[in-house]
Design a protein around this ligand. Structure first.
Ligand code: PMT
Length: 410
């Protein structure tokens, strides 16, 4: 199958960061997808990587100077207009500030003002610069303008310090780009409710019963649904990663809070996807004060939480659950599919390497009433898209089976 980026025109903006060397790999990987790539660099970026490196890979001239007569006086206009997507990687704090303010003093910024194509920005900088309120405000300005921020990762930085600010890997940037421009907006007009994270059940004011969910699987589904055009309501229990932008975030802590939020959000929604790890039990009576060590044993009295997804009854809502299992994956998942009245269940063996809690990959088995599809080990983003492919089919089937007068009303 052809890569969704094949034939697309991608404009790559490179600003002055040590991560500029990764932009060479990004250009090369983009070319391998079948896309054509133009590069525009800030003058200081050329001190990190020579334009020739990009020219050798893309077989196209690189724009570095707004006033270069050889490039033509309107090169920034034609580059900005004739592109399917603009990817700024790496984006320094200075470049992000220029993009947010609409400055145009270099070729990259001037080109950015001329493009109306979907734009991705991959920040790269020291943690202190990234976390500075000025940078955060500039990033928020870009998000509100519809720019997709490809979040930087944590790791060793150029200064030798360790922290967040490393530019996302080329493969991750390309994944986001594929989702942004390579897919049809097949969920446009749909409202998708996604739950994510792990609920926490308080024991006393300082302790809780929790689980190992990072929120990554649910957030990947929310991001993928957003990129496919859906209005996304993300009901998130505590998670270890930042939530995606461009979704309606409804934070919750406990299973009971999640239940109330889900019941409210599904009114008028098309699908509910429960990726959250929900506590099955809560402490019967939460201590008002911190429980003191006495040297004696302590017994907690746990009572069952309601099953949130099982309690949602609707003929029109597509209901998708996850099954986190440590044994007999298929048998347990099939039982949950039926007992919870689900249309689809995504089962993951949370003891398998690369699957389940915390990591960036998952191996899902999709089970509905007709059969079982074993997916390969995929990034959580790719796995999310496979779940959404099935949601799209279920929504289409649901519409086809509705009585005529119901379909006429939309
Ligand atoms: O967040 P990550 O670190 O990326 O990890 C992803 C994940 C492992 C959490 C995710 O892939 C996953 O498996 N989520 C479901 C976890 C879970 O609670 O599974 P379960 O088998 O206990 O529950 C089955 C389904 O019922 C789930 O959709 C769950 O959300 C729902 N449920 C469970 C209990 C409850 N009281 N109410 C519910 O609605």
């Amino acid at each position: 199958m052809a890569d969704p980026l094949a034939g697309k025109r991608i404009l790559l903006g490179v600003s002055a960061s040590i991560a500029a060397f990764k932009a060479v790999a990004l250009a090369s990987d983009l070319i391998k997808t079948g896309a054509s790539v133009d590069v525009v660099m800030t003058p200081n970026a050329t001190r990190f990587v020579a334009p020739l490196s990009f020219e050798a890979i893309t077989h196209r001239p690189v724009l570095t100077d707004l006033f270069d007569p050889a490039a033509g006086s309107i090169a920034h206009v034609s580059l900005g207009v004739d592109t399917d997507a603009f990817v700024v990687a790496p984006a320094t704090a200075d470049c992000i500030a220029g993009l947010a303010l609409g400055l145009a003093h270099d070729a990259l910024l001037a080109t950015a003002l001329c493009t109306r194509a979907p734009t991705l920005v991959a920040p790269a900088m020291e943690t202190l610069m990234l976390e500075h309120p000025a940078t955060q405000q500039n990033l928020e300005t870009l998000r509100q303008r519809g720019v997709t921020i490809v979040e930087p990762a944590a790791g060793r930085l150029a200064s030798g310090r360790v922290g967040r600010g490393r530019m996302a890997e080329p493969a991750d940037i390309i994944d986001v780009l594929r989702a942004k421009i390579g897919r049809p907006a097949d969920l446009a007009g749909r409202t998708i409710v996604v739950t994510a994270g792990g609920t926490q059940e308080p024991i006393d004011p300082v302790r809780h019963i929790g689980n190992r969910s990072s929120g990554k699987m649910g957030y990947a589904i929310a991001t993928a649904a957003r990129d496919r055009g859906a209005r996304v309501i993300l009901i998130s229990a505590p998670a270890t990663v930042p939530p995606p932008s461009g979704v309606e975030l409804r934070p919750v802590i406990t299973a009971l809070e999640m239940k109330a939020a889900v019941e409210d959000a599904v009114q008028g929604a098309d699908a509910l996807i429960m990726a959250a790890a929900v506590a099955d039990f809560r402490v019967a009576s939460r201590a008002e004060q911190k429980i003191k060590r006495t040297g004696e044993e302590l017994t907690l009295h746990l009572i069952p939480n309601p099953d949130i997804v099982a309690g949602i009854r609707s003929d029109t809502l597509v209901k998708v659950g996850f099954a986190a299992e440590t044994s007999d994956l298929l048998a347990h998942a099939r039982e949950k599919l039926i007992r919870k009245g689900l249309d689809l269940i995504a089962a993951n063996d949370v003891t398998a390497p690369g699957s389940g809690f915390g990591g960036d990959t998952n191996q899902l088995v999709l089970i509905d009433r007709r059969g079982t599809e074993v997916l390969p080990l995929l990034s959580k983003r790719e796995a999310a898209d496979r779940v959404l492919d099935r949601v799209c089919s279920l929504l289409a089937e649901r519409k086809a089976s509705l009585p005529l007068d119901a379909t006429q009303n939309g």
